[in-house]
Structures are given as structure tokens and as C-alpha cells.
Ligand binder design. Structure first.
Ligand code: NQM
Length: 354
């Protein structure tokens, strides 16, 4: 058999290649060089690889058995840039996380129970923990079900995700509101470093399409300035090209019965929905009395889900103390061997050819 063992999976509203860590080179530089070839980067169309020419479909999850007795698997998320030769571990991804549970069971890393199976995951990028509940009737993962995730056609089996952050400060600058790059912002990290900004302060309504926002040069300029200032203020560093955080989330009053309307820059392209942990971070900002988002949100009663509106629908976030839970679905799209280049390679050759 030639190629690298790989599954292509959808997790929530994201899609990417999923690997067992042992099937990839152990050295991060060699691993990343291989992943660029596998995903087809750098190339705007990723025509020679698995990537889907958008950050949301150019993702990689690396899964390994955990050393921690309270955790089943470690999950390392890697964002493969589309048109730059860059692979970044600077963020995790709560959407691909939904695929990690089924994958770990499929590959025998976690034994399946009859009915549903709990998979405890350590998010290696951030140190956070998550518990996933995966449907496994008869001890076999099923992807079929009647749960709908807006932004994904059809229905599939639910994967319940409960994420518990690291215990680091929710507001990394020490304030619920800051004035950065001439704008009032809230820097918040409830699993994903985000900068919440009122859409109207940037001259937009927040109801624009992702394409319209991406075509607005003045807006992109303001977003870049805010991101640079916030990255410093949040202690994330100044090398913006090598990281995909913080995300800039524009907020506006809800337009469809939810708590708030959002558009997220991740960080250059605009999300077609919203990241799971970005939504958890926005939810935390909405509840903080001093944040820029508090006054414009329509907050539900305590205990009710908080509905975050986004370009293709909504994401319901349940907050219980520090834990955030959401319902996602996932799907196995392909399981096999990926060929990282035109030459045939055996998995045992990997360390030598790179
Ligand atoms: O915030 C996209 C996504 C994400 C991240 C991004 C995510 C999260 O929706 O948890 O899931 O922000 O790059 O896949």
C-alpha cells in the first residue's frame, strides 16, 4: 500500500484531513511540509490537494492516544493556509473537534459502547478539555440522524460537545472593554481568542454577506489594525502572519430572534457561519456587563441557550458555569490513503522523502 493513512471528515461547518499522529512524521517541520503537499498549498484553488480553497475546508486534525488517564485522546489542530506555505497551530477548532470523537472510535483508539460513546479529548493547542458524545448503536459509529446544523445541508447524527476552557483569564487584557486602534473593543478568550467590535462602529450593519465584507477595503484595513493592536494587548505576539488569532467578530442587534448577529473574520476571510469556540467567546462577552456587546444583545433567561446568528443561520450555545455545550454533527467522507505528490510513496518512506 502506498500513501499516507488519512480520513477526510466534516466536523460541524468545517472540513479537513484527519490523521492518527503515528501516521505522520514526528518532527513538526517535516509534518507541516507533508501537510502542505497533502492539502495542495500554497495555491488559491488547492487544485493539487485535498483542501477546499477556503480556511474552513483547509483544516487538519491529528489524533493520538492520551497519556493523561482522565483523557482518551489528544487532538492537535493545524490550520493549513490556502495561498501561503503556512501551517499554524496557534488555534484549536471546535468544529473539527466534533469529527475527532467518531474518528477516534473508528480507528480503535476508544472502544465503542452500544448506544452512545463518550470520548474525552484534550485540545493540545490550548490545553482545554472537551467531552464528546457520539452515536454508536450496536457498537458502531453512525453518521445518520435527524440533527440539523445550519450551514450544512441535510441532517446527520448529533455529536454533543461540552468544552471546558483552561482556566486562563476570560478577558486577557484585564478589562471587559479596551480602546484599540481607535475603536472600542472587547478582547475575550473563552476557548478562542476573539476581539468583539460593534459592526456599526466599523460602518457596517453586520447583516452583509461574507463576500460583501471581504470586498470592503476600508473595513479590511480597520480589521487588520484592530487585530494587530489586540494581538499585542492579549499577549499573543506580533507575528500576525504565523498565527490565525485573534479572530475579529462584528456584532449587531439580533435580526432573527436570536441573542446577537455576528460576522467573524478568521482572521482575513469571513466565516460562512461562526466557530464553536468563537461563539463561546462571544457568549461570554455578551454576558459581561462592561463589554461592547452587552447593550445590543437580547439575552435569554438564565439556563436558556444563547442563539448566535451568523451568515448561514445560527448556533445555539449553552453556558453552564465555565463549560460551554453545543450540538454538532460530523461525517466520514473518505477513509483511505492520501498521496502527497505525483510519486508513489510508502508510509515507511515518509521520514526520508521530506
Ligand atoms: O472557533 C474557524 C471553525 C473555526 C474555528 C475559525 C472554530 C472555533 O468554525 O471553535 O471552530 O475560526 O478559523 O471551524
Amino acid at each position: 500500500m502506498t500513501g499516507v493513512r488519512c480520513a477526510l471528515m466534516r466536523g460541524g461547518t468545517s472540513k479537513g484531513a484527519v490523521f492518527v499522529a503515528d501516521d505522520l512524521p514526528s518532527d513538526p517541520a517535516r509534518r507541516d511540509a507533508l501537510l502542505l503537499r497533502i492539502m495542495g498549498s500554497p495555491d488559491a484553488r488547492q487544485i493539487d490537494g485535498l483542501g477546499g480553497a477556503h480556511p474552513l475546508t483547509s483544516k487538519v486534525a491529528v489524533v493520538s492516544p492520551s497519556d493523561d488517564p482522565d483523557v482518551d485522546v489528544d487532538y492537535l489542530f493545524l490550520q493549513v493556509a490556502v495561498d501561503r506555505p503556512s501551517v499554524s497551530a496557534s488555534q484549536t477548532c471546535g468544529n473539527m473537534l466534533a469529527a475527532v470523537g467518531p474518528f477516534a472510535i473508528e480507528r480503535g483508539l476508544v472502544p465503542a459502547a452500544d448506544g452512545s460513546t463518550e470520548v474525552r479529548v484534550r485540545l493540545a493547542n490550548t490545553g482545554a478539555l472537551a467531552t464528546l458524545r457520539v452515536r454508536t448503536p450496536g457498537g458502531v459509529v453512525t453518521y445518520a440522524g435527524d440533527t440539523e446544523v445550519t450551514g450544512v445541508p441535510g441532517t446527520a447524527a448529533a455529536v454533543e460537545v461540552v468544552a471546558v476552557p483552561t482556566g486562563k483569564p476570560l478577558f486577557p487584557t484585564g478589562h471587559e472593554q479596551d480602546h484599540l486602534a481607535d475603536h472600542d473593543v472587547t478582547c475575550v478568550d473563552n476557548g478562542m481568542p476573539c476581539v468583539v467590535v460593534r459592526a456599526e462602529d466599523l460602518g457596517v450593519t453586520g447583516a452583509e454577506s461574507p463576500a460583501d465584507l471581504e470586498a470592503d477595503d476600508a473595513l479590511l484595513h480597520a480589521v487588520r489594525r484592530i487585530r494587530a493592536a489586540a494581538a499585542e494587548a492579549m499577549g499573543l505576539g506580533s507575528d500576525l502572519d504565523s498565527m490565525t488569532v485573534p479572530k475579529i467578530v462584528l456584532v449587531a442587534p439580533p435580526a432573527a430572534g436570536g441573542a446577537v448577529l455576528t460576522r467573524s473574520f478568521i482572521p482575513e476571510r469571513v466565516h460562512q457561519a461562526i466557530g464553536v469556540l468563537a461563539a463561546a467567546s462571544v457568549a461570554a462577552a455578551l454576558r459581561a456587563g462592561g463589554s461592547v456587546a452587552h447593550g445590543l444583545a437580547d439575552l435569554p433567561a438564565d439556563g436558556d441557550p444563547l442563539r448566535i446568528e451568523h451568515p448561514t443561520g445560527f448556533l445555539d450555545v449553552n453556558v453552564d458555569g465555565a463549560a460551554t455545550s453545543v450540538v454538532r454533527t460530523a461525517r466520514l467522507l473518505m477513509d483511505g490513503f492520501v498521496h502527497p505528490g505525483p510519486e508513489r510513496i510508502r508510509p515507511t518512506d515518509l521520514e526520508e522523502i521530506l
